[in-house]
Design a protein around this ligand. Structure first.
Ligand code: FRU
Length: 436
């Protein structure tokens, strides 16, 4: 009998079927609302929003499939979107996907991407869906304009969509949210792919930041080694004045990170959750043998420090830190490693090997990678925190300014550590209560 050694303890993942992007993340009326793209089919298919609520991001209620295609504007999928608290209501914005029947080119014709909204005042009753914008409302665009995010600055509300224009350049299309008039379209100064998915905008530590997931950047060492990427850009000139994206950095250097979204938690911290996978990649996820695939990342706090966006463990994850493990060889699936200096180290889990030596961080997957290529990163290491779960590793180096998120699939979880000074702790389990 096949035994599943890869069931995650710390990460939200489906019991059956397929998970992709986090959607509609919010803290509202004392509760966290976490949705994600979901398909009943293990390799993806018709998309829905799956729903969890939580009071602390440790204990979750599994509400099941929550938003499904019910209106004509979303016949072929309830695609990604976001949530925004407006006048005491939680308002959702997402893309309804339609594929017209016939022999169409699905990029430039034959497809509808509609911006749809609904809302709730109490988190129990939800309004009817209403279509705000349709494909024809997006100026000079291909049929790919999706993943709305609403944000406010100085009392003005904006709605940003990720897009592919008529000439196949990726861009952000921004509307005045209240009038639904087109506000501006933002391109990159240098070509940055053909499509930008899942935009986010937020202010943190006095900086305005865009996050988006561009597709179609040629693969380059040492950055941009993935099929698709996720970048952040600092909007130094402000949303009102920005004309072009003129700076961008990778948000994560791993194989498995995409479509991240942020929200503000109960303490006012900016929290980020990503999809721990990349679309159209050639890597295998062996959990498909057990009828499901993919997970969300752990929640991370986002800050801007010394010119960099930094990601650190959210207090919900810290609260699960358990007793210290006082040996360098053990068998744990879900555990935490911390090193407060930049000395060399090596961590082996079965035949997965993570090491730092002479300015180079190396990740060698062995058989645990299922197609993920080995990677090395030039890095002046100062400190590192690492979160291991049954089938993932999230590395936060240099106060979270250099992050690597990966799935890996060890069978035995035989851990061996060689390092001078380090702390290892057990990590607890999130609790997911099934409501149905
Ligand atoms: C990103 C994405 C989004 C889209 C959704 C569909 O992974 O392609 O652009 O809305 O997934 O599931």
């Amino acid at each position: 009998m096949l035994v599943n050694n890869w069931k995650q303890n710390l990460h939200l993942e489906p019991r059956h079927g397929w998970l992709n992007d986090p959607n509609g993340l919010a803290y509202f009326n004392g509760k966290y609302h976490i949705f994600h793209q979901y398909s009943y089919e293990v390799n993806g298919g018709l998309k829905h929003w799956y729903y969890y609520t939580s009071s602390d991001l440790v204990n979750y209620e599994d509400k099941g499939v929550f938003v499904s295609p019910t209106i004509a504007e979303e016949t072929h999928g309830v695609y990604s979107g976001s949530a925004n608290v407006e006048n005491g209501k939680l308002v959702f914005y997402y893309t309804g996907n339609v594929k017209y029947k016939g022999d169409y080119d699905y990029v430039h014709a034959g497809r509808g991407h509609n911006t749809i909204t609904f809302s709730t005042e109490d988190g129990i009753n939800f309004t009817e869906k209403k279509c705000l914008l349709t494909t024809d409302d997006y100026p000079n665009m291909s049929n790919h304009v999706r993943d709305p995010k609403v944000f406010e600055k100085n009392g003005k509300s904006y709605l940003v969509l990720g897009a592919r224009d008529k000439n196949d350049y990726g861009c952000l299309v921004i509307y005045d949210k209240d009038t639904l008039n087109h506000y501006k379209t933002i391109y990159s100064e240098k070509n940055l792919g053909f499509m930008w998915e899942c935009p986010d905008y937020f202010e943190v530590d006095g900086k305005e930041i865009f996050i988006f997931s561009p597709q179609g950047i040629s693969r380059m060492y040492p950055n941009f080694q993935n099929m698709y990427q996720i970048v952040y850009s600092v909007v130094e000139e402000g949303i009102e004045n920005i004309e072009k994206i003129n700076n961008y950095s990778l948000l994560d250097y791993g194989h498995d990170f995409y479509a991240a979204q942020t929200f503000v938690d109960e303490d006012g911290e900016r929290v980020l959750i990503g999809w721990m996978a990349v679309p159209d990649s050639s890597y295998t996820n062996p959990t498909t043998n057990f009828g499901y695939q993919n997970c969300l990342t752990i929640p991370r706090v986002v800050n801007y420090r010394d010119g960099k966006l930094c990601q650190t463990l959210h207090k919900s994850v810290q609260s699960l830190l358990g007793e210290e493990i006082k040996t360098s060889e053990f068998n744990e699936k879900t555990w935490y490693y911390k090193q407060e200096d930049g000395e060399s180290f090596e961590i082996i889990v079965d035949d997965f090997r993570l090491s730092y030596l002479e300015g180079e961080l190396k990740v060698d997957y062995g058989t645990t990678g299922y197609g993920r290529d080995n990677r090395k990163y030039k890095l002046d290491l100062e400190n590192v925190e690492i979160v291991f779960d049954s089938s993932s590793v999230e590395i936060f180096a240099n106060d979270g300014s250099f992050v690597i998120s990966n799935r890996f699939y060890p069978n035995n979880h035989n851990v061996k550590i060689s390092a001078n000074k380090f702390v290892v702790k057990k990590l607890g389990v999130i609790n997911v209560r099934e409501e149905n």
